[in-house]
Ligand binder design. Structure first.
Ligand code: AMP
Length: 398
């Protein structure tokens, strides 16, 4: 068995995403995606050394079928015996999990207890864990939670101003998401700046289809923009982010919508898509704005203004700012958005360097400001590598 190879799994209700990663080098040796699970036309696609292979799963269209097919593909490529651990991405660990951990029955119990907080995701993760433990029964399984890194938030940052009993009875509080990504880029920021992580004040903007912003001081999260669910905070692809909660009674009275319909509007029909009427995809909205679409331009401006406002607010949580870090598909690639946001934040001492800003795209990492204190940088995220590293460490491989 190799000493660093991990299978990273991300199980959804109708999909299983897998990657075999060398946790030391970050190299992806094999990847696969099982889709349409629990439907008659379920299938899985494997990628190995640049070659694609598609396999029909209709005879076994469930999670176990997909993971068994994965094992057989790994056997064909001689990779199965090299894998020393399986790392599972889990959306919600509630207050039970402050860090990654090895799966045992008590861990399964606690993931189950968090189902109320992530009713769509955690049941699918549990299915995936159970199937993967059956198929890969000889190696340790490790769970890595999107919420865990945020568990250091102080109570005044995670407490909502609602009757306290509701928190006690139901767990209603801010949890945040994107924690694995934020942990990865925070570590990378410290490494790239050659500064100890426990002496850095960072604001991390993870800007993708889902977007959030997190204040990280001395290696610990102080505050984050996503809340009980990933709906709160920034403007996203289809999510509205912050909004007056009275929108529920207002839209019910004005339009007769019920709770389910309003929840659907706020999660799936709002954000960039809702304002622009064009797309949830930032690039497409940018292209439309460039051709003169004013709603598309307004969507980008609402996005940038909310983001700048949040970055400034997060410096209250960090006390001061050493570095602002952009990551996620939009953060890693859109130089116009970054320039716009940095201009709005000039009063913090951030000054964009146009040449560097244009350079740091498409996977390139580096500083994008002329200012050094504070500075802004771009760091491509790599949640799968973080999961692989945690799994390797806990399984004693690293
Ligand atoms: P993610 O969820 O991290 O994969 O990010 C997806 C988002 O990144 C989408 O809104 C994309 O439009 C955006 N994105 C990807 N590439 C670019 C680019 N070159 N310029 C602007 N936005 C981009």
């Amino acid at each position: 068995m190799s000493d660093s190879i991990v299978l990273v799994l991300n199980c959804g209700s109708s999909s299983v995403k897998g990657a075999v990663i060398d946790s030391k080098t970050g190299e992806v040796l094999f990847s696969c995606l099982g889709e349409k699970l629990n439907l008659p036309d379920a299938f899985i696609t494997f990628k190995y050394q640049g070659e694609k292979e598609v396999e029909d799963l209709s005879a076994h269209p469930h999670h176990t079928g997909a993971i068994e097919a994965m094992l057989h593909a790994l056997e064909r490529h001689g990779l199965d015996k090299k894998i020393g651990a399986v790392g599972h991405r889990i959306v919600h660990g509630g207050e039970h999990f402050k860090e990654s951990t090895i799966v045992d029955e008590a861990v399964i119990d606690n993931i189950q207890k968090c189902i109320t907080l992530a009713p769509l995701h955690n049941p699918a993760h549990l299915l995936g864990i159970s199937a993967a433990r059956n198929v890969f029964h000889h190696i340790p399984h490790i769970v890595v939670f999107d919420t865990a890194f945020h568990q250091t938030m102080p109570d005044y940052a995670y407490t909502y101003a609602v009757p306290f009993e509701l928190y006690k009875e139901t767990g209603l509080r801010r949890y945040g998401a994107h924690g694995t990504s934020v942990r990865y880029v925070s570590g990378e920021a410290a490494r790239m700046l050659n500064r100890p992580a426990d002496k850095l004040a960072l604001v991390v903007a993870h800007l993708g289809n889902g977007s959030s912003i997190t204040a990280v001081k001395n290696g610990k999260v102080q505050d984050t923009s996503m809340g009980l669910t990933p709906l709160e905070g920034l403007v996203m692809g289809t999510r509205c982010g912050d909004i007056d909660a009275s929108v529920f009674s207002f839209l019910h009275e004005q339009k007769g919508y019920d709770i389910g319909e309003i929840t659907e509007i706020l999660n799936k029909k709002s954000g960039l898509l809702g304002i622009s009427g064009v797309s949830n995809d930032y690039r497409v909205v940018e292209e439309s704005a460039d051709t003169g679409n004013r709603r598309a331009a307004l969507a980008l401006e609402v996005f940038a203004y909310r983001l700048a406002k949040y970055i400034a607010a997060m410096t209250v949580a960090t006390g001061h700012l050493d570095a602002l870090v952009f990551t996620g598909g939009i953060g890693e690639n859109s130089k116009t958005m970054r320039a716009n946001v940095l201009e709005k934040l000039g009063f913090l001492g951030l000054v964009v360097d146009d040449k560097l800003n244009a350079e740091m795209r498409f996977g390139k990492a580096g500083i994008i400001t002329a200012s050094q204190n504070p500075l802004a940088m771009v760091i491509p995220t790599n949640e799968e590598l973080m999961i692989a590293q945690d799994a390797a460490k806990l399984a004693g491989l690293a």
